[in-house]
Each structure stands twice: as C-alpha cells, then as structure tokens.
Design a protein around this ligand. Structure first.
Ligand code: NAD
Ligand code: ZN
Ligand code: ZN
Length: 344
C-alpha cells in the first residue's frame, strides 16, 4: 500500500510503498477514508535525533477515519464496512486512568512503549491503518469522513480544554482563543456551542481572522504586542475568564498571561515550547494555568455526538495521498485555512 512517511531526521515526508498490514489477534484493519494533518507533526519533524522519541521511518497521521476492512481473531461485533473515527492517544487499557477513559494520561504507556498511530506507531496517512484494539474506534454512522476526521484531535483537544473551563464561562464571560488554525477554528465553534461566553480570537493574518469570524468569533484581534491591551479594552479592563493558547510560544503566552482576568483559566495547548514567568499576582490573582494533552475516549464520543447535531462547520482543504507532502509544506508556511485532510 501507499503511505506517507517521515524517513530521516530533518527530511521532508515522502510517499512510499510499504507492505499491506494484516490484523493480528484482537486488531482491526481500517481502510482509511480520511486522515488529518496536524501541526504537531511539523514539531515532530523539527526535532533532533536526541529529541525524537520514535523510530524512523514513521508513517504519519494521528487523525484517522476509515471503514472496517478486516478484523483479527477474537474481535466480534464490528461489521465490515462500519465507518469509524480513531481515538488516537492509546493507553494500556487497564490502569486507573485508562479505566476512566483517560488513555491520554495512561500511567503505563511509556513503560509499555504504547504510542498513538502516527506518533510512534504507523499512522493514518496511508491506504490502510492497523488498530490495536476495537475500543479505540468510535462509530460515526453517515457523518462525512472529511469533516469528521479533524474532530479526533483538532476537535477533541480543544473540547477537553474547554470542558475543564466551563465553570468560568457563564453569561457575561469572555474566552480568548490564540491561534485560529486547525484546533483554534474548531475551538471557537465549541466555545459557541458549549458556552455563552463572548469569544475573542487572535491570529497573525487577516485571512485566519476572517475564518475565525465566519465560524463564530464575536471579535478578532491581530496577534501582536498590542493584542492583550485590545482584549482588556474589549472587556472593560477586566480581561478574559478563560484563555486558550493554541500556539504556545513565548509571545503568545505573554499575551495569554496579560489577557487573563483575576480568577481565570489559562489553558496551554500549543506545543511551540514557550514558557511564562509566574510570581505573586503575575499573571493576575488566582489564575489557574494548565497544559493539556488531547482528550479522553468518552470525550471523543461527546464531540462526535455534538457534530451529529450539525453545530460544527469544520473548514477543510483536501489533498490526495500523493499531495500530502505539499499539505505539510503549506501547513508549515501557515497557508492552510482550517484543517488539511488527506484522502488516500
Ligand atoms: P495550525 O498551524 O493549524 O494553527 C496554528 C495557528 O496559529 C495558525 O492559524 C497560525 O497562523 C497561528 N499563529 C501562529 N503564530 C501565532 C501568534 N504568534 N499569535 C497568534 N496566532 C499565531 O496548528 P494546529 O494543528 O491547530 O496546532 C496548534 C498547536 O497545538 C500546535 O502547537 C500543535 O502542535 C498543538 N497541538 C497540541 C495538542 C495537545 O494535545 N496539547 C494536540 C494537537 C495539536
Ligand atoms: Zn495533533
Ligand atoms: Zn493505562
């Protein structure tokens, strides 16, 4: 089959032919119908040999939707042809976090060398994808694979972060979204669907801000050193009750900290590697700062249920498998509006 692989440190991804995978006992083979392209892959491909925790070559893609092609011995109750979304942050399935559905925080994944598809294990940007256990699959019925596949990460990750901040986001509150790309543009929609907060979106280009407004941001602000001041103005000097940083650079964290109201949440999702100073009254009093990784299994079911109600309008740009390296280039250059989705 064809697959898109990251093969050598610092090189561009390549379309290659690899052996067709076959499901072993307990496994499920999916025919991939759509695979998402996440900025985290760009980060992975920028890491040095010492920083990269995965073996190469690595088939990319940790957002996947497919149809059940074949099941391994012992797998029952999963009909061939069923359309499913893949829950990516695989865990051991038996520790207390996994028992809670929080496989993203599995206590034993490191020790047992369990990795998500596309982030250690062969990923979804290929014709077929091997799944270790049917519990990683969420049936999506007749939902469009292209519009649904970003929900497995670009939807689930903001959903988890927002859910945590719901108590802050009552009537009259403000939420700030920094970075309105793949995750951010879904995050804005989730905030609109799940809260009554006023949403202020920040990004570096007018094109991204136009998408932010289209998907429901009440206000948009160019992300520069004046952005936090503008957010303060828009909130009568108070700042925001929840800030979501989908970039995570020093500059965006500085903005996030300067936007955060007294008794607010500062949620760091982007992995650009920035840090922020914390001291007495800095950021404001009683700001809770947290970083989060992906979301739980049950939250993916919730996101898919939300999508079924029709309130999400995920913006996608589609590419063939052969064009996947180009999709990564465009994402790297900041030229993808919404999410790039590969159609194998
Ligand atoms: P993306 O490239 O689609 O979106 C990033 C957006 O940020 C773009 O619109 C870009 O224009 C904007 N941006 C860049 N610099 C900015 C700045 N200084 N101020 C404001 N906006 C700026 O990326 P994505 O796939 O949505 O991922 C976003 C981030 O989240 C990445 O760092 C990614 O690695 C990370 N991520 C984290 C998790 C997690 O579990 N924590 C999961 C998925 C992705
Ligand atoms: Zn991702
Ligand atoms: Zn576990």
């Amino acid at each position: 089959m064809k697959a898109v692989q990251y093969r050598a440190i610092g090189s561009a991804p390549e379309v290659v032919t690899v052996p067709d995978p076959e499901p072993g006992p307990g496994q499920v083979l999916l025919k991939v119908t759509a695979a998402g392209v996440c900025h985290s892959d760009i980060a992975v491909m920028s890491w040095s040999k010492e920083e990269l925790p995965y073996e190469l070559p690595l088939t990319l893609g940790h957002e996947g939707v497919g149809t059940v092609e074949a099941v391994g011995e012992g797998v029952t109750g999963l009909a061939t042809g069923t359309s499913v979304a893949v829950y990516g942050p695989w865990g051991c399935g038996s520790c207390v976090k996994c028992a809670q559905g929080k496989e993203n925080y599995c206590l034993r994944a490191g020790e047992l060398n369990i990795n998500p598809p596309g982030l250690g294990r062969p990923g979804a940007i290929a014709e077929y994808l091997l799944i270790d256990d049917p519990r990683h699959l969420v049936p999506i019925g007749d939902l469009d694979p292209v519009k649904t596949v970003p929900l497995t990460d670009a939807g689930l990750t903001p959903y988890h972060a927002i859910k945590r901040s719901l108590p802050r986001l009552g009537a009259g509150s403000t939420a700030v979204v920094i970075g309105t790309g793949g995750l951010g543009h879904v995050g804005i929609q989730l905030l609109r669907a799940m809260t009554s907060a006023r949403v202020i979106a920040l990004d570096v280009s007018e094109e991204k801000l136009a998408l932010a407004r289209r998907v429901g941001a009440h206000e948009t602000v160019l992300s520069d050193e004046k952005a936090a001041g503008r957010v303060r103005e828009l909130t009568g000097g108070l700042g925001a009750q929840a800030v979501f940083d989908f970039v995570g650079a020093n500059s965006t964290l500085a903005t996030a900290a300067a936007c955060a109201a007294v008794e607010s949440d500062l949620n760091l999702v982007g992995i650009a590697g920035g840090t922020m100073p914390i001291g007495f009254g800095q950021p404001a009093y009683e700001v809770s700062v947290n970083s989060s990784y992906w979301g739980s299994r049950s939250e993916l079911f919730e996101v898919i249920e939300l999508a079924r109600t029709g309130v999400l309008d995920v913006h996608t740009e589609t590419f063939s498998l052969d064009e996947a390296p180009r999709a990564y280039e465009l994402l790297h250059e900041g030229k993808i509006n919404g999410r790039a989705v590969i159609l194998p």
